[in-house]
Design a protein around this ligand. Sequence first.
Ligand code: NDP
Length: 376
Amino acid sequence: MTSAAAAAATSSATKMFSTATDNCSHRIFLVTDLQVRRPWRSSAFLRTSRTICTHACTAASPRSSSSVINELANIFTAMATEASAKVIDGKSVAKEIREEIASEISRMKESIGVVPGLAVILVGDRKDSATYVRNKKKACESVGIKSYEVCLAEDSSEQEVLKYISGFNDDPSVNGILVQLPLPSHMNEQNVLTAVSIEKDVDGFNPLNIGCLAMRDREPLFVPCTPKGCIELLHRYGVPIKGKRAVVIGRSNIVGMPAALLLQREDATVSVVHSRTKNPEEITREADIVIAAVGQANMVRGSWIKPGSVVIDVGINPVEDAESKRGYRLAGDVCYEEASKIASAITPVPGGVGPMTIAMLLSNTLAAAKRANNFQ
Ligand code: NDP
């Protein structure tokens, strides 16, 4: 950015801030003599600036005017240059990882005559679960992992599931065991998941694995696939994590909580936003890295995003779409259209975190097979 543009942005921000603090009303946003191109036409810009100024005026402990002006100036700059975030392409990174895994599996097969095996247990007839299992099976085949599948009726007993898990635990050709969630409501998920041998817990959901993830100087045998995929994307796109402010939105056992633990292990300063958080927008706007795993389409608006931050959107939410053949399309937890104008990099939905989850499952299965066969 030229120094003239920077000066124009700062001058506009100062003007907006002083008008806001004089007036503290939304009318200030009708100001039209700001010396940057068109930013006030953007609804994301309006919402962001309004929140920042209103908060600066009304907060119990108001921020210094220079910090508010700096923040506004950054937003002006981002909007005036019509910045568009780099797309973090999970689909192509996942393909690259699958190729790396396939070549490791060929090397393993040639050296010791063994290929990894993954067993998947599906209970019930949920269509989405059946699709996930089918995709996992296909992905296994594509890299040379042998897959074993058990499909049980919805009214099967927990004992029956435990019997299959026990069989796979004892089978040396099976290196990873995955129980597709959710289980029918009459089953105790905790009993079932803890029955999976920790050496074969490629989903990383065993409390021992999560415990090791949370503790310093401990190494989990496996890290849950979706959060592992998020961090892998940050690594492969060269996003620095150490010392950065990170916000994870969502604290589920399978995504939010392990994602926060992983970021902390990489020396980020991490905040977790959940359904009872009072000021999620303000907290999120402090983040250099945002991981959103909420399950609510487009909840995170452009106004939540700090200019230049990196956004990883885990959400997969069906939203009605009459133009789509299926009658719906998939949307993330982040409003892509708005956030991509403010962030420096962002994952799309679909094509971001989703393909990485499966790639990480394959990677965990390969790691399990290498460990079981003492193969480096
Ligand atoms: P859960 O429903 O288990 O957890 C959602 C989390 O979001 C909870 O911690 C909840 O808080 C929090 N939350 C809900 N509403 C709000 C709100 N208004 N403000 C702030 N936080 C809120 O979901 P998952 O973690 O399993 O999944 C999240 C999303 O990620 C879904 O869209 C899912 O489809 C997707 N997903 C995608 C995967 C992939 O491969 N890309 C894999 C797994 C999930 P609280 O704890 O207080 O209830």
